[in-house]
Write a new protein. Structure first.
Length: 767
RNA sequence: GGUCAUGUAGCUCAGUGGUAGAGCACUACGUUGACAUCGUAGUGGUCGUAGGUUCGAUCCCUAUCGUGACCACCA
């Protein structure tokens, strides 16, 4: 046994060392045949840089489960890895290159991708370093990347199957277009922001009448894509005009005035312009009335340079065109009213630019078809949400699910496994050789094949994470042993992006659910409740905290603050408090060592003589059982409370104090056993300090708790101690309130209850 | 507009159909075998407001106000 009597608690002295020589076997034993398995998928962090506190929370909670299960003897697997994160990473790398004064736009595709890989290596390295510092006990050699070789195979296979089954198709549709990134994005990647805007009332001249009709719009510049004006058929103001035509200002293009329920009599002027190529509602109206769609914007958000657009704004950027157009309308007295309104404007999540609805050719996945079984799986309780309320969010979205636009016009990502023939024939194949063979079969000139340049939405590969990581489409031992996984731990923000899609894909490809429990944890905010962001400057780097207070303190804090269904307000003060608690654990060890406590006495060699012996064992049992139920309920906060109550309020305050009064070897041996058990049971939460202390007090320590059930505990004796403790608190209270000389205090001293001879010595603790 | 949360001590938050809990902060005392990164004790709350159910409500129900998030509209 080594001594720490003269050492203060300093996590920096042992954390790295203890991780490297930890007893925990991170390795996976594929030969082991254990019916009780626990497997968990690490939500792969994006390779966009290093980790923030949200990741630290996510990893901590997973590691607690993993260590707990491993300790319990369950065959445990934790799938680590990182995500290529398409658009997000591409943007980060572009900025990174800019900083180095590299003109990324002039790089060839291949050269750019090379740069991204370079970045990826650094980023994923940093991530793993952070995760290890935090104590994550994952089998790192099983780490996967969503674009590694195996994953490319999985993604290709999944695409091909879905295509052949008719669930993936190519279509010309109105999609959300990001004019900055020049790619389509999905509905989920849009954030609607409320803004002050203007509603312009514009006069359109009616054909063959000396009369105008007033159209209200927030987007006048799109008027050149108008194909109709719609009014409500019940609107007396316009009833007579239905069937007439109107001129689009500054053009001689005539568009019909139609009746459609989409026109709301209460809103604007009651007459709405229909621009199917640049508005989702209008697109629907257009379909209903068989109207054509006229695109007037190019991919960069500039008006087209053609005869549809009046020459004074041809080719101009949207915002500029709008300004000029409004000015001209105003001067020409075609603008009859300008109304300031608040309205929502769609912004791209990643680019921060206004999103334009645009008609383009994209690849879609029929998500509706896949959603049915996924909804069923949650409805029947095969998959459970913790907290339960999130299933409503899940159902809401799943019941209204839209076709998923899976193609992106960016560089970084999985290339869609499609080749085109000279006449646009589509050939879906695993590789070029296969595509050529297929082309020959179809009598397509194989020399004229071109490969699809679009890549897949990053979430397409993430959706395959539960089984692609374990080797799918091949059969593998990992899949065999650890699929479906037990639990997934993640934030609510990716329920739609990720959780629901993994469920759909797993049920489709594996015919089974990907996981049984979904634990949704909180968002980590700063101590004022504000979202942490770089621009606000309130981001806390987990590594800094770990350096100052230790990884254990950070882990303990994150678990402590994890109240289900509530966001975390995180202050560094909390970490300090946790560190203080860990110091207490440390100092308890120091004291026991000064008492020459032997921590390695066999449980069969101690006797429960004194009631306090029964009491401390019954508290240990409560502690152990409590943790077990907390884990089942994912109440990580409760576990930390329990640790405090047991170690501080029960073990230190009474049992250790009792040792000072009743200094026999048997009691000291019990203290050694209890303390050691506390360390083991707390190991999942605070692995570093517990394992270090265990290694100090026992050269051959193990992390497996002893079987307390074997110990016969007399509950009556234990309860007697509870009563004594209540009484002690009472006496102390009186002493402080009235003073040592007071009548009240003397009365108490003269009326000490008879707790039995065996407890007499404890009475001293009261005085 | 729809949905889901949330409102308990100065702060951060637990909790329960039956005399209100923790941590931090604050106050007093304390260096009595580890621990000032500490110990002991204490101050502090009509459990958002108004109704209802109940023998009894902070907890269940209804309404209302405040806060937050998500979804939708996005003329």
């Amino acid at each position: 046994m080594n001594s720490i009597i003269d050492s203060r608690y300093d996590p920096n002295l042992f954390e790295t060392e203890i991780y490297n020589k930890s007893l925990v076997n991170f390795k996976v034993d594929l030969c082991k045949n254990n019916n009780n398995y626990f497997s968990i998928l690490m939500p792969p962090p994006n390779v966009t840089g290093s980790l923030h506190l949200g990741h630290a929370l996510n990893c901590t909670l997973q590691d607690i489960l993993v260590r707990y299960n491993r300790q319990k003897g369950n065959d445990t697997y934790w799938q680590p890895g990182v995500d290529h994160a398409g658009i997000a990473t591409q943007i980060v790398v572009e900025k990174w290159l800019e900083k180095q004064c590299i003109d990324y736009k002039s790089l060839s595709n291949e050269a750019f991708i090379q740069k991204v890989w370079e970045w990826k290596r650094q980023s994923s390295n940093d991530i793993v370093i952070q995760q290890k510092a935090l104590g994550c006990s994952a089998p790192w050699e099983y780490s996967r990347f969503t674009m590694d070789e195996g994953f490319i195979k999985s993604v290709t296979e999944a695409f091909i199957i879905l295509y052949k089954d008719g669930l993936i198709y190519k279509a010309n549709r109105l999609v959300n277009w990001d004019t900055k990134l020049e790619t389509a994005i999905s509905d989920l990647e849009i954030k609607n922001v409320e803004e002050n805007g203007t509603l312009w009332y514009i006069n359109y001249k009616i054909v063959n009448k000396n009369q105008y009709i007033t159209v209200a719009t927030t987007r006048p510049e799109t008027m050149f894509g108008d194909v109709a004006l719609a009014v409500n058929s019940n609107d007396n103001r316009y009833k007579d005009l239905i069937g007439n035509y109107a001129y689009i200002p500054y053009t001689n293009r005539k568009i019909p005035i139609i009746a459609d329920e989409h026109a709301d009599m209460e809103k604007g002027s009651g007459c709405v312009k229909i621009t199917p190529a640049h508005d989702f509602n209008d697109f629907e109206v257009g379909k209903r009335h068989n109207l054509e769609s006229i695109t007037i914007l190019d991919k960069h958000g500039h008006l087209l340079n053609n005869e549809l657009i009046p020459d004074f704004i041809r080719g101009l950027y949207l915002k500029k065109a709008r300004k000029l157009l409004v000015e001209k309308l105003r001067n020409d007295e075609l603008l009859v009213k300008e109304e300031q309104i608040k309205h929502f404007v769609p912004y791209g999540d990643r680019s921060g630019t206004v999103i334009e609805p645009m008609i383009t050719e994209q690849w879609f996945l029929n998500a509706k078809e896949l959603s049915k079984k996924a909804i069923e799986a949650v409805k029947t309780g095969k998959i459970k949400f913790y907290p339960d309320k999130w299933k409503n969010t899940f159902f809401d979205w799943m019941n209204n699910i839209q076709p998923w636009c899976i193609s992106r016009q960016i560089k970084w990502g999985h290339r869609i496994p499609v080749w085109y023939g000279p006449n646009g024939e589509i050939i879906v194949a695993r590789n070029e050789e296969e595509a050529i063979i297929e082309a020959e079969k179809l009598c397509i000139d194989k020399n004229k094949l071109t490969k699809e340049t679009d890549v897949l939405d990053t979430w397409f590969s993430s959706a395959l994470w539960p089984f692609a990581t374990m080797g799918w489409p091949d059969k593998s031992e990992l899949l065999n042993k650890y699929f479906p996984t037990s639990t997934i731990i993640t934030g609510f923000d990716i329920i739609f992006f990720w959780i629901s899609r993994m469920i759909m894909m797993s049920l489709y490809f594996m015919k089974d659910i990907p996981f049984k429990d979904i634990y949704i944890h909180a968002l980590v905010r700063d101590d004022k409740g504000q979202k942490m962001s770089k621009s606000k400057g309130n981001v806390i780097n987990p590594l800094d905290l770990m350096k100052e207070f230790g990884a254990d303190a950070l882990r303990y804090t994150l678990a402590f603050l994890s109240v289900p269904g509530r966001d975390i307000k995180f202050g560094r003060e909390n970490v300090k408090v946790s560190r203080n608690f860990i110091t207490k654990i440390w100092n308890a060890c120091r004291f026991l060592q000064t008492q020459n406590v032997n921590f390695n006495v066999n449980i069969s060699n101690i006797q429960l003589k004194h009631p306090i012996h029964h009491w401390i064992f019954s508290k240990l049992r409560e502690f152990k059982i409590g943790i077990e139920s907390d884990i089942k309920e994912y109440r990580f906060d409760y576990i930390t409370h329990r640790m405090q109550v047991f170690l501080r309020d029960q073990f230190c305050d009474f049992f250790v104090e009792a040792i000072k009064l009743q200094n026999d070897d048997n009691t000291k041996n019990i203290a050694g056993i209890i303390y050691k058990e506390f360390l083991k049971l707390s190991n999942p939460v605070i692995p570093f300090v517990t394992e270090y202390l265990l290694s100090i007090i026992d050269n051959n320590y193990s992390l497996n708790p002893i079987n307390i059930e074997e110990i016969e505990i007399d509950i009556n004796k234990s309860e007697k101690i509870d009563n004594i403790i209540d009484w002690i608190h009472n006496v102390r209270s009186i002493k402080h309130e009235f003073g040592k000389e007071s009548k009240e205090y003397i009365t108490v001293q003269n009326n000490i209850p008879n707790f039995g001879e065996d407890c007499n010595v404890l009475i001293k603790l009261a005085f």
